[in-house]
Design a protein around this ligand. Structure first.
Ligand SMILES: NC(=O)c1ccc[n+]([C@@H]2O[C@H](COP(=O)([O-])OP(=O)(O)OC[C@H]3O[C@@H](n4cnc5c(N)ncnc54)[C@H](OP(=O)(O)O)[C@@H]3O)[C@@H](O)[C@H]2O)c1
Length: 366
């Protein structure tokens, strides 16, 4: 090693130990709280562990996990950090870790955020399509506490997006939700990069579970057998009826209309039909004839209103939607500048959803 390299390395090490990364970025440590500890937030903990060094060195973000909560786990917090990174995630192991480390007292979301000294909340509780609760209250509490709120839960985006964004702005914090539609694909962020563009409508396939189910039914499985396959992949909603009856797609459609078309649509204004009535025979025949069934969402501006629907449709097998299989999803935006702008997401896993939340963390604090 030449003396110049050695000296550069020495100054990098010195600046790192003084709270700067080797790239000269100031390092700040954030306390993270995870509310809901199922597929999404557990995967996010693993992803954060994988990217820990990169976050610190490139973005100056260091973190400790200071809060974990769910109905069964209770409100667990330790402002100095819970010791669960890189460990297994069996329930027994988690409880043992948490009980040993849980130093602070908390009985509800507000006392838990305080006890954890949370700087960022990751909200990933189950979807309540009808009201968005209690996730809305969780996010409101986080913003009022002074934390950024990042969610994969579509309920708050559909039922309280404007209120929560205004609250975040008033508190100088961010309310971000990139993982709510098409996992971590930057759809909401994309439109932030497209100022003064007007979205006239969109259509697509947004629900992985029904897409997996329809693919399995084409192979001869019943709807119930096919659902078990989707559940094994971890992509089904906690209550799979939300997927099968089209609620999940309708909620995503509403989120896109609310945020990207700036039109406050109610869920009951979206004509909704799921795949429950489709038989294995009909699904097999559709594929055989070159017109497979897909659960398709559609939205269109009509005058000063937006009309939207979710329904199974037969689509040409060689068309972009006909080629979407497994956990893949697809969206086609119609804008006044780009007449057709399409995004295909091929077979994402849970890491894609977790990635959207990690990217939101960087957007919020970097
Ligand atoms: N899985 C995906 O691929 C995916 C993709 C994008 C978005 N999402 C969204 O992300 C969220 C989480 O999905 P997931 O797959 O992680 O679900 P999950 O595995 O069923 O986990 C849900 C978690 O939320 C907790 N929970 C539910 N209701 C709660 C409440 N009222 N208070 C506190 N904790 C509560 C549950 O634990 P307890 O039962 O112990 O309370 C559990 O830990 C959902 O809103 C979903 O729509 C999921």
């Amino acid at each position: 090693m030449g003396w110049r390299t050695a000296s550069a390395l020495r100054s990098a090490i010195i600046s790192y130990s003084r709270g700067f990364s080797p790239l000269g970025t100031r390092i700040r440590t954030y306390n993270l709280g995870f509310l809901g500890f199922g597929n999404v937030n557990r995967t996010l903990v693993q992803l954060l562990g994988d990217r820990e060094q990169e976050l610190r060195e490139r973005y100056g973000i260091s973190f400790r996990i200071s809060g974990v909560a769910s109905r069964r786990l209770g409100w667990i917090a330790d402002p100095k950090g819970l010791d669960l990174k890189g460990r297994g995630f069996s329930r027994a192991e988690r409880n043992a870790d948490f009980n040993a480390a849980s130093a602070a007292e908390a009985h509800n979301v507000r006392s838990w955020l305080s006890a954890a000294h949370a700087d960022v909340l990751f909200e990933a509780t189950s979807l309540n399509a009808e009201t968005g609760q209690p996730a809305i209250d969780h996010i409101r509490a986080a913003l009022e506490h002074g934390a950024h709120a990042i969610t994969a839960n579509k309920g708050p985006v559909v039922h309280a997006c404007r209120e929560l964004r205004d609250l975040a702005a008033a508190r100088g914090r961010r309310f971000l939700f990139e993982s709510t539609v098409m996992d971590g694909v930057p759809i909401f962020s994309l439109f932030e990069q497209l100022p003064a563009i007007h979205l006239q409508g969109f259509h697509g396939i947004l629900n992985s579970t029904t897409n997996v189910i329809l693919g399995e039914m084409e192979q001869g499985l019943s709807l119930d057998e096919a659902l078990k396959k989707a559940q094994a992949l971890g992509v089904a909603e906690t209550d799979a009826a939300h997927d099968i009856d089209g609620w999940d797609t309708a909620v995503k459609t509403a989120a896109l209309i609310n945020v990207l078309m700036d039109y406050p649509i109610r869920l009951d204004e979206i004509a909704r039909e799921g795949i429950r009535e489709l038989t294995t025979g009909a699904v097999r025949n559709g594929r055989r004839d070159g017109w497979p069934f897909k659960l398709v969402c559609r939205a269109k501006r009509v005058g000063d209103r937006v009309e939207a629907s979710v329904a199974p449709e037969k689509v040409l097998s060689t068309s972009p939607m006909g080629k979407i299989s497994g956990t893949s999803s697809y969206i086609y935006f119609e804008t006044d500048i780009f007449p057709g702008l399409a995004i295909t997401e091929e077979n994402p896993g849970l890491y894609a959803t977790a990635y959207g939340m990690l990217a939101d963390l960087v957007r919020a604090v970097a």
